[in-house]
Design a protein around this ligand. Structure first.
Ligand code: MRU
Length: 373
């Protein structure tokens, strides 16, 4: 029988003009594969967390903008780019915190612009005059397809690399804690925070992983515990308020979490509750690692205070998952989807290029100068 890890998190089905995803809101009870065709369906799937996790959202956006431009009838390059930017802005409005969404959309736009300038820049006026922009358009669309597939393929490679660097921070027999889902379901393979765990397991290490259930949407219980348990890793589920008691006993040797946006100074936004874990980890001297592909590092956001934190509906806290509402009618609810962990609580940021250490502003600047010009 197929294991959850045998499914693709996000796939392009070109002959049906669709993106195929696992509807993650139904896991682990039901594995339903759905196809997204329209801009509205793609927007809703991201907003409703049917597809979620920063890298998976980026890959979906890349495929999404390609599909939305696939049947463009723009008459010239200017019109093509105007349409592309409008559709990108629409997809980009689905969730604000994970920078991979805007990163992927910008990458698609830049690729089209560069490809056009390199190949048609000079001949544009002549081509348009001859009524032959249709040929150019076909080439731009086919480039968009290739670039969106590259974003996906790179995600797999990058996650594997994060695993290779991260596994060096794990010892045989270690207890590891994670929060939310930064697993395969949040990426196209391996996950970010889970990649070191999968690699440790491959090496035969007897690790024990503790998953915070992650209120209010239970990504830890429904997704992380599900995928790690399905992989045969020793997995224990915790309510969110239990990890301090475990850290105090010495059962946790390291914490690995994912991330939605790392600011230029190393402050890191991740699922709500992450900063509580990091603060407690400092108290008990447990190293707290953030796993982040460089696509999640935003050098244009100076500090965590500048990160736009998504606020979600009160019902997620008061009634979702319960047979009956579990809070008094009319009570106020505070429901931010993410919080920011201060860089001083982070022992290392595990990227595809290695583990960054404090001071993070310097480490991030150097990394981008070296690899991301
Ligand atoms: O609201 P979600 O489920 O999209 O939040 C996901 C997280 O917070 C993940 O930890 C983060 O996106 C990293 S995924 C590799």
């Amino acid at each position: 029988m197929k294991n959850i890890l045998d499914y693709e998190t996000v796939a392009l089905v070109d002959d049906d003009d669709a993106i195929e995803i696992i509807d993650q809101t139904l896991l682990p009870g039901k594995t339903e594969i759905i196809r997204l065709h329209t801009g509205k369906e793609i927007w809703d799937a991201i907003y409703l967390l049917q597809v979620r996790g920063a890298p998976a959202i980026g890959v979906t956006a890349g495929f999404g903008i390609y599909l939305l431009m696939k049947h463009s009838v723009a008459a010239d390059f200017e019109e093509f780019m105007k349409e592309l930017r409008e559709k990108s802005d629409y997809l980009n409005s689905s969730r604000p915190t994970a920078v991979n969404l805007s990163w992927a959309l910008k990458r698609m736009e830049s690729h089209v612009t560069e490809f056009y300038q390199e190949n048609f820049g000079f001949a544009d006026a002549a081509l348009a005059a001859a009524g032959s922009f249709a040929e150019v358009r076909e080439k731009l669309i086919s480039e968009m397809r290739a670039e969106s597939e590259r974003i996906k393929a790179e995600d797999v490679e990058v996650c594997r690399k994060i695993g290779e660097y991260g596994v060096e921070l794990i010892g045989d027999g270690d207890g590891i804690l994670t929060h939310c889902n930064a697993g395969q379901l949040a990426t196209c393979k391996y996950g970010t925070a889970t990649s070191p765990m999968y690699l440790a397991h491959e090496k035969g290490y007897k690790i024990k992983v503790y998953c915070d259930e992650t209120r209010p949407l239970l990504q830890g219980a429904r997704l992380t515990a599900y995928e790690l348990h399905s992989a045969g890793i020793d997995t224990t589920l915790l309510c969110d308020n239990m990890s301090a008691s475990l850290m105090k006993t010495g059962a946790i040797n390291a914490i690995f979490v994912g991330c939605d946006r790392v600011a230029a100074n190393g402050d890191a936004a991740n699922k709500i509750g992450t900063s509580v874990v990091a603060t407690v980890a400092k108290r008990y001297n447990v190293p707290f690692y953030v796993c982040a592909p460089t696509s999640t590092i935003d050098i244009n956001t100076p500090t965590g205070d500048d990160i736009n934190i998504e606020q979600r509906k009160p019902e997620e806290v008061t009634e979702m998952w319960y047979k009956e509402r579990m809070a008094p009618e009319g009570v106020k609810v505070y429901n931010p989807a993410f919080d920011v962990t201060d860089n001083e609580l982070i022992a290392g940021i595990v990227t595809e290029y290695g583990v960054l250490r404090a001071p993070y502003d310097k480490a991030i600047k150097e990394l981008f100068e070296k690899y991301k010009k």
